[in-house]
Every structure is written in C-alpha cells, then in structure tokens.
Design a protein around this ligand. Structure first.
Ligand SMILES: CC(C)(COP(=O)(O)OP(=O)(O)OC[C@H]1O[C@@H](n2cnc3c(N)ncnc32)[C@H](O)[C@@H]1OP(=O)(O)O)[C@@H](O)C(=O)NCCC(=O)NCCS
Length: 182
C-alpha cells in the first residue's frame, strides 16, 4: 500500500458535480506541460466541463472507465483516468490518461497513490486484462512512476508530438508506449 507525505490526501472517483474542478486542473496541466499531453490548451479551454461526462464511465457496466481525483481538504490536487476500449476485439484493454499532480503537491507520493488506486479499480473491471499508456520520453518522473507500478516499455514513436512555439520554433517529442498486464 503506497503512502503519501501529503497529510489527509483522499482518492475518490470524480463525479458529475466535480467536473468543474476536473476541467480547471486539466487546463492547468495542458498549460504547464504541453509536452506531456496530446491535447492543446488553445483548442480545449473553451470546452464546457459537462463535455467530459463520458469519461466518468457511468455507462460502462463492466467497469474499466473512470476518472479518479486526489483531494486535500476540498481542493483537487491530482487526477488519473482510465478509458476502456469500446470495440469488441479491444475490450480487454484500457488506456490510461489524464495523469497529473498540481506542482505544489508533486514529489510526495500523490501520483503513486493515484496509480495504485487506478490499478485496484481496473482489477475490479470484468474482463479487463491490460492497461496501455503513451508517455513523452521527456516526462522522466512519470516514466519512473509507471515503471515502479509495473508498466513495461513496448517501444518509442519518434517525433510523436510536434509543438509550435512561434514562427520557425518547433519542438518534437518522442512517445513511449507502455503496458501493464493486470
Ligand atoms: C508525473 C506526476 C503525475 C507524478 O506525480 P507525483 O505526485 O510527483 O508522483 P510521486 O510523488 O508519487 O512520485 C514522484 C517522485 O516522488 C517520490 N516519492 C514518492 N512518494 C514519496 C514520499 N512518500 N515521500 C517522498 N518522495 C516520494 C518518488 O520516488 C518519485 O521520485 P522520482 O521521480 O525521483 O522517482 C507529476 O510529476 C506530474 O503531474 N507531471 C506533469 C504531467 C505529466 O507528465 N503527466 C504524465 C502524462 S503521461
């Protein structure tokens, strides 16, 4: 059982009433870490919180689709998500997404707590056999966390992300695919 140095951290499923807080944290993540996420803040910031309701897995009776939040008091300080594939031949797989801890709370085990809770919830899902994720090779802290949780690398896609910072200012990031057999 992982522990955190952050006192009173609570991990729970994100409910429809929490989607405003989820969207605020997500926007912060996209703004602070453009290399870590495929979505970009410019396209996403106008999106209403209710548009994320499908990510809560309310219509997934077998489990494997959900968002978890980490709360300290009433503040959401971190999150993690799992999205089960819908196609019949892929239903045994789910994709991990939305992994983020607010900068003031990183490095104290909150990420590990979120990951542990995510894997425990995934193991309850009927027929779910594996979790797949894609992580930028620049996100060394995230990669260490995933490896410590048992994820194995399946290879790297070069130049998977292309960030345009300004005229003629382009940065590329490679992405590693990792898998955890449940
Ligand atoms: C990746 C991320 C979610 C990790 O969250 P976190 O809360 O800092 O994770 P943890 O604290 O559990 O682990 C991070 C470090 O703290 C250390 N740590 C864990 N528990 C600890 C504890 N109880 N006391 C002290 N240190 C601890 C870990 O050893 C780890 O150190 P390392 O990176 O040098 O190996 C966070 O850094 C983040 O939001 N990054 C930006 C977004 C991102 O990259 N997301 C991934 C997208 S794929």
């Amino acid at each position: 059982m992982a522990t955190s140095e952050v006192a009173g951290v609570r991990i729970a499923r994100i409910a429809p009433a929490d989607l405003g807080a989820y969207k605020a944290l997500r926007d912060e993540a996209l703004r602070l870490h453009p290399d870590a996420f495929d979505s970009d803040i410019e396209s996403e910031q106008a999106r209403p919180p209710e548009s994320f309701i499908g990510r809560l897995g309310l219509g997934e009776p077998l489990g494997g689709s959900f968002l978890l939040g980490a709360w300290v008091d009433r503040q959401m300080v971190g999150m993690i998500g799992l999205e089960r594939q819908s196609m019949q031949k892929l239903r045994h797989s789910a994709e991990l997404n939305s992994m983020m801890v607010r900068p003031a709370f990183t490095g104290h085990g909150v990420g590990r707590l979120l990951m542990e809770a995510c894997i425990a919830e995934a193991r309850k899902a009927i027929g779910l056999e594996q979790i797949i994720l894609r992580v930028s090779t620049s996100s060394s802290s995230a990669i260490r966390l995933y490896e410590n949780a048992g994820f194995k690398s399946c290879g790297v896609i070069p130049h998977a992300l292309r960030l345009v910072d300004g005229p003629g200012q382009i940065r590329y990031f490679d992405k590693m695919t990792m898998v955890l057999m449940l």
